[in-house]
Design a protein around this ligand. Sequence first.
Ligand SMILES: *Cc1c(COP(=O)(O)O)cnc(C)c1O
Length: 454
Amino acid sequence: MEHKEYKVILPPEEIPKEWYNILPDLPEPLPPPINGSTGEPINPAALERIFAKECIRQEVSSDRYIKIPEEVIRAYLMLGRPTPLHRARRFEEYLKTPAEIYFKREDVSPVGSHKPNTAIAQAYYLSKEGIRKVTTETGAGQWGSALCLAGALFSLEIIVFMTRSSYIQKPYRKTLMELFGGKVYPSPSEVTKAGKSFLANDPQHPGSLGIAISEALEVALGSENAKYSLGSVLNHVLLHQSIVGLEAKKQMEILGKKPDVVIGCIGGGSNFSGLAYPLIYEEKIRKYGMRFVAVEPKAVPSTTRGEYAYDYGDSSGMTPMLKMYTVGNKFQIPPIHAAGLRYHGKAPSLSLLIKNGVVNSKAYHQVECLNAGKLFAMCEGIVPAPETAHAIKAVVDEALEAKRQGSKKVILFNLSGHGLLDLKAYEDLFNNSLTNYEPSEEVIARSLSSIRMV
Ligand SMILES: *Cc1c(COP(=O)(O)O)cnc(C)c1O
């Protein structure tokens, strides 16, 4: 057996020089963001007060490939790109499956996830524009630490609103953000009007990404020379993440393999899309019969029980409305450990692909996911993030299905991050103190009815 059947690395000169943009290749035009009070499409220029100008240009670009700036490529190389592609041989053997399981190692970045792929690009464009201060939200702290790292590299002051449940459960991610020079507030916080209003209703509010976004926007809009940065959902973020799939495509080609099924977990949708979109394009042209599976938590069932509708990106209605799968922006999201999956909506482009049946989605409970994560750690030595454990649970189901069918299918998944700063999740698993949250029909219906009124 050849060694490359365990691991494929790309040399630095093979790093992709362009990102892939799926917008020109979607099955139908993407509905534009609209203004919530007028219902009119937003003029993209209006978003330049909030986001880097270049990111807004990318947000609406119809170019299939967009050049990666040389400074961004250098930072990618410095932070461990191209990342390896591994085969999970011991995991396959444990599952006694004829399937081959490959995974893209986005856990090897210095902060332990795929998030620097866009943090670096956004920080670069913001600093080139003369911006000094950048605000953002974070759940598990993965995005916050990626942006603080990028801020340290491109001399930006970073202010992070971290969902309170994570601020309490994951204190080391806060330390990591501070280590890179960032300032971190628990959200809802006392420093914004939005935060105070949520605390007034519930002083112990666990927070959500939607609330933290409202707070970060409020601070960015109220400060000089400041802008905001989003770690998922928007087209330009998914564009930057395409580096993952472009590398993986080259690596699978080196192996002479084509994936039959591509799997990733979805919070806002960026790591899944980063891996899958370049392969969805391949599938569109060549029609291999590849399948694409996006995995969400049952606690936040946006694509499996939500609605494809216009909704706000945040919890207070400060953002434009996006056409996406959502459980409603006021949905109170249970404090599951996969904090990066605690978001009410999903990326508009991914939502469109799910609606059109190009991507299938499924949902799992956190206990079954963390058990799959433990199994993966025991077989492969890598502790997956609780978010990633959702993808792994779907991989297990695909591999067992392949066993039943005697099929040698090739599974590729995104190992979006490691869980070494999320050990509390596994500790709670061992103590049997985890809840399998699943909102009732009534809770979801109530939450969705509030978005139908706008
Ligand atoms: C943030 C995060 C996610 C979820 O966000 P996406 O934008 O859907 O990728 C998944 N896994 C890890 C490790 C994360 O940090």
